[in-house]
Design a protein around this ligand. Structure first.
Ligand SMILES: Nc1ncnc2c1ncn2[C@@H]1O[C@H](COP(=O)(O)OP(=O)(O)OP(=O)(O)O)[C@@H](O)[C@H]1O
Ligand SMILES: CC(C)(CO)[C@@H](O)C(=O)[O-]
Ligand code: BAL
Length: 285
């Protein structure tokens, strides 16, 4: 596996592959890799001849007071994991090389409507930062396909909308959430949890599952009450919930009676960790 820090060198290498007719898959990450990331690389490996991954803690998607400085940086360990997963090329740019104009002067991409909801409401400018860096990375890597986790459901929706609206020639693939045995979605930020908080953390998924069971038996007429109950349960378990919303799976707007494609989206603070999780439901079945 080759590691490249210079964007121009990365571009040169992938262009050579393209000239040779190789199909290129891309897995962007912020590092501190876990089995969720490795599943993205494994799926990329199955779908392409060459796999490129990036590790870049993107300052543009972090707000004031968020954990940009504290975000875990474990590059040597990450490189070993990517090597073991047969990644071909790792891109680890410096901030100054990826944002030569400076972040404040950088041309940006704003995906309207969907970026302002849920996580975007709590983290203003977050999805502008995500969409912009992903577009920059796509331009450098020029992948045939790019893989993202369904755990970051809204992020995936923002990226799909960007690719559609800007006619980007890349296929976006969503990969199912990899979980610990007790159901907690693997996340780099789980490392912020104390031992006691780690025992509480799986309750987030349990509350989502209980809400799904209620929707399957009673439908969506009680949507707001179900949301309130879920928030109440999370509070009782010592989370500080950010949002718990039962939404249409595509628009991410509040689900209406009669909608079949549903997603339950939740975010909650537990100690220093902001945890997110979600569940897709198909009510037509
Ligand atoms: N448990 C998981 N299963 C599958 N994919 C995941 C999982 N966690 C993260 N991913 C995906 O990995 C990619 C990189 O995510 P990122 O590096 O931010 O990791 P993360 O664990 O989500 O960290 P964070 O705590 O910052 O949210 C994204 O596409 C994300 O959706
Ligand atoms: C997609 C991404 C790599 C963009 O910085 C990041 O938001 C992430 O790791 O999910
Ligand atoms: N996985 C999403 C990246 C972030 O929280 O900034």
């Amino acid at each position: 596996m080759q590691t490249v820090t210079d964007p121009a060198r990365l571009h040169q290498l992938v262009l050579q592959w393209r000239e040779q007719g190789f199909r290129v898959a891309f897995v962007p990450t912020m590092g501190n890799l876990h089995q969720g990331h490795i599943e993205l690389v494994n799926q990329a490996r199955q779908r392409a001849d060459k796999v490129v991954s990036s590790i870049f803690v993107n300052p543009m998607q972090f707000g004031q007071g968020e954990d940009l400085d504290a975000y875990p940086r474990t590059l040597d360990d990450d490189k070993n994991k990517l090597y073991d997963a047969s990644c071909d090329l790792l891109f680890t740019p410096e901030v100054e090389l990826l944002y030569p104009a400076g972040i404040g002067s950088q041309t940006y991409i704003e995906v309207p409507a969907i970026s302002d909801l849920h996580c975007g409401n709590s983290r203003p400018g977050h999805f502008r930062g995500v969409a912009t860096v992903v577009a920059k990375l796509f331009n450098l890597v020029q992948p045939d396909i790019a893989l993202f986790g369904n755990k970051d459901y809204q992020q995936l929706a923002v990226i799909r909308a960007m690719v559609r609206d800007l006619n980007m020639p890349v296929q976006i693939v969503g990969v199912d959430t990899v979980r610990d045995d007790d159901g907690l979605a693997k996340s780099s930020r789980n490392g912020y949890l104390t031992d006691e908080q780690r025992t509480i953390a799986p309750k987030l998924k349990q509350v989502i599952d209980a809400t799904a069971t209620a929707i399957h038996s009673d439908g969506l007429a009680q949507r707001e009450q179900l949301q309130q109950q879920a928030l109440h349960s999370l509070n009782a378990y010592a989370f500080v919930p950010d949002y718990f919303e039962i939404c249409h799976a595509d628009t991410l707007q509040p689900a209406q009676v009669g909608d079949n494609q549903i997603v339950i989206l939740a975010a909650a603070q537990l100690g220093k960790a902001r945890l997110i999780d979600n569940l897709r439901l198909d009510l037509s079945k």
